[in-house]
Every structure is written in C-alpha cells, then in structure tokens.
Design a protein. Sequence first.
Length: 410
Amino acid sequence: MEAAEPFFNLPLDQTSDLHNDILFRTGASPDLQHPSPILGNKQNLQSRLLDREVGLLNSRRKLTFNSGWSDPKFLKKNLVSIELEGRAFCGRFSADGKLFLSASQDHLIRVFSVEDRWKLLRVIEAEDVQWSILDTAFSLDQRFACYTTWGPHLHIVSITENQFKTKIDYQGDAHRRLSVFSTQFSPSSAQILCGGSQQLINVDIATESVLRRYWDDLKESDVNAVSYLDDSGQVFIAGSDDSLIRMCDSRDPQGVIGYFVGHLEGITSVAVDDSGRYIVSNSKDQSIKLWDARHNPYASSEAVKEVKPSSSGWDYRSPHASEYSMRFITGTHRHTHDHSLSTFRGHRVMDTLIRARFSPGTSTAQQYIYTGSSDGRVHIYNILDGTRKSYKTDLAHVRDVSWHPYLPMI
C-alpha cells in the first residue's frame, strides 16, 4: 500500500452536510461520547451495530484494533488470485457479500461463493459477445444477473438455475448498431436501466421490451454509466461522453430534469451513495468529482448549452493520449462553472471505462471513494480531507473494483 498526499485535490467543505454526516456515521462527531471497541471513544448507533455484528458487545474476550474498519489499511491485498484466459472486464460483490460475479473476454461469466473460500459455483457461457462482455448487474434478490455485450441484446440469466436465460432486443428499428456499456436493475428488479451508444433506455423485464428511450438530447454522445438515484426506481443518473451527468425522471415528459456540470471530458462511471443524496463520477479528464444530487442549477438543455465545454475530440485510447492528459493531471484546466462539492486527482483514466464508487456504508460509513486506474493501482480517496492511498497490483489496468459490503476486502 502506498500513501500519497493530496494531488491538486479540492477537499470537502467542513461545513457541508456531507462532512457532518460522515463524522456522525463514523462516530467522530464531538457530540458523540459513547465508547466503542472498534471506533474508540466516539460512537453512534451504526458503530454500536457494527460492534454487535462482529461480537464485541458484552463480550468477555477483548479484541484490540489499531484503528476502525473504516481505515483502508485494514484491506488485505491478494486474498485470492484466479487466472483467466481473457482479460476480466467486470467484477462485483452481491449486496449481501455472499457472491462475487466476474465477466471477461473469454466469453464466460463466473459466480463464486465468497463464504465458501471462493468456490466456483457456476460458469455461464455468454452469447453475442463479439469482443467482450461489457457490464453485469445483480437483481435485488440476487437470483438473477444481466449482462451486456457488443451485440444488440440485453441478456438475463439465473444465478442458480442453469435452464433459465432470456435476451431482450434493444436495437428496435434503429438503423445503426447499438451497444450497452452500463446496466443496472431497478430497485424492484422489474426493469433494467441501460446506457450505451448514443442512447439511454429503460427495459421492462416482464414484457421483454423497451419502455422508453432517452436519446434525443444525447446527439452524438455515448452513455457510459448509469445508476438509479433512490429506491423509487423513477429517478436515475447517466454519465456520457459529452462531459455531462444527466438526472432523469421516468415520470417527466421531457425525461431529463437536470444536468451536473464540471467535468471537461467524457464520464466513465457514476455511482450513488446509500442516502441517494450524493453522486460520485469518474472522467476521462483524470478526475473524480463528488456532487450533491439536490443541487442542480441547470434544469434544461438550453441552460446547459451556455456552460457545456466544447468537445476536444480527444481519444483516451490513442498513442498520444497520455501527453494530452497531462493538461488535466496538473489541474491547470478547470471548468469555470463547476458546481461539484469536491474533486480528486491522482489516478489515471486511459484506454477503458474506469469505475469509481463509494466505499461501503456498513464498514466505512462511506467515508471513501475508491477507483481502478490505468496505472495498475487501486486508489482510495478520503472524502473528508482529500488524501489518497493506493494499492499496487500486478495488472496493467484496473478497470473495475468492488469493495465487499462488510468485510475488509476489495
């Protein structure tokens, strides 16, 4: 593990709601005076529940920790290493942490049992793969998974039953090839949100049809990342190659109800915290930004035209991309209308859609943002002070990263 100082980062305002929320959830608020074996002399309800979960309440056996689980140094490196025949593109834990789902260029989706020492439970042979499986997602009950490829279909398979699988055509009557780069089940698992080639679509599972397409406003920009904002399943966000993050409401006739402005290049990932109030985005401008979902000053496409950065035409996969990216890494180029809460730099976003997410609420109170990187490292940023820690891997690129929901494991 390597420690690093803030690198042209803009820390979170200490008077902000999020700063105070994190202090409260971690038990570090001055108003909390109840001792905890894990979190020390400051504690709240969440840390009391965590103590009970790991057996530290009313226990005669005293355990000593150097720090709380909320410190990334408790993460252990290389707990398991599995060799694949193709590059792994996606990997994620299930919501309860019992399963891990991976997908790679060898056209196979693997389901592992985390509880049973990473026993391989099932191997699913993907269809219409062409170049690679692009994204995967668990249903809320974790009985099903969906995956997308360069082909024209959204695929749904059973995690436990070999005989169930279906595919939904999202190509429709489009006169060009459509691919989906990011997908997520709705909170009810009745629909699936998909973002891809100049399109944002909602798919209904029961009827196996596209409910709605949100692509009139996208012009020539691909949607690289999607995420639902809350449990209603009505509001969601989408990050695209035009550097904008759109907030959409399926109940609104216009679809798009707001824009988040601040990135200078295309968005590679978006994620929402457990409260549904905060958003984290990763971008080809070599930065991660933190947003307040409630603060959305640009409500229409006309309003955002005045502040939207012009397209540079830069391809982060080109041989000279690294030289061009230095203008962002140095922090000299910033959006004058950036309304994000804070910005984090130090990782690299080149060649592929690098994902960034909030750390788990149960074990870390979502105090951190973690991301893969094109330098072969996993980077973890402290939201409160902007400091960064990184873990070196044996990989050239770390595209996707998943933090276990309650164990110190990435």
